[in-house]
Write a protein that binds this ligand. Sequence first.
Ligand code: PEP
Ligand code: MN
Length: 263
Amino acid sequence: PLVSREAGVCGPVRVGSVEVGGGDLVVMAGPCSVEGRDQIVCTALGVKEAGASILRGGAFKPRTNPYSFQGLGGIGVGLLKEASRVSGLPVVTEVMSPEDVEWMSEEADLLQVGARNMQNFPLLREVGRSHRPVLLKRGMMATVDEWLQAAEYVVSSGNPGVILCERGIRSFDRATRNLLDLSAVPLVKRLSGLPVVVDPSHGTGRRDMVIPMSLAAVAAGADGLIVEVHPSPKDALCDGDQSLDLDEFRDLMGALGALTGAL
Ligand code: PEP
Ligand code: MN
């Protein structure tokens, strides 16, 4: 396989001017969904000031319930781009359909393939033909081997710029939204040579667990984090319960600074 340490094809990935997997911890932050201009610009400026280096925001949302907010689509991508210009942060956003990969590659700096699409093979091949790097989230019921084979689809289609994202897997226990598998971090890093980031927001579903699990992820060797942040989580159209507000995000960045200084 190309996705293996031995093959030597995979390594640090450049997102705009940011290097993921090069040694510095990279924090991606922003709302689950782009909801409007003020919301995304305010979040972008806030997370940038606190030390984030990539802005996240969903425009095409893979919602379980077809009646839930589905995202602003193309308008949301445009607003994200505007927030990127205003803040200077590169952006990551989810692409759900193979047909959208080409135009979204012109707008986003990093293309997210969501957990629900980890084995959407036509989508994997299409992002593999893109010149943009790919954030490949682990499927909620995917084994490590299936996840790495999904990455192989992308890399073998011509795109070595894959970042793996552990975001929790389903378990029998509903106490948390998912079971964040931090043992996968050193494992897939060793096996693949790809950068690995952790999503403690979807991994736990609970705002109060985001800081402790972020610290644990970094201690386990994660190259970065992707964290949901909303200026007013109680009003969020999606995933408010797991979103930090800007004050809490500053606390997270402070705690990470103390930890990386100690490691
Ligand atoms: C998201 O990042 O908002 C998202 C939908 O994540 P996942 O695909 O991991 O559920
Ligand atoms: Mn979300």
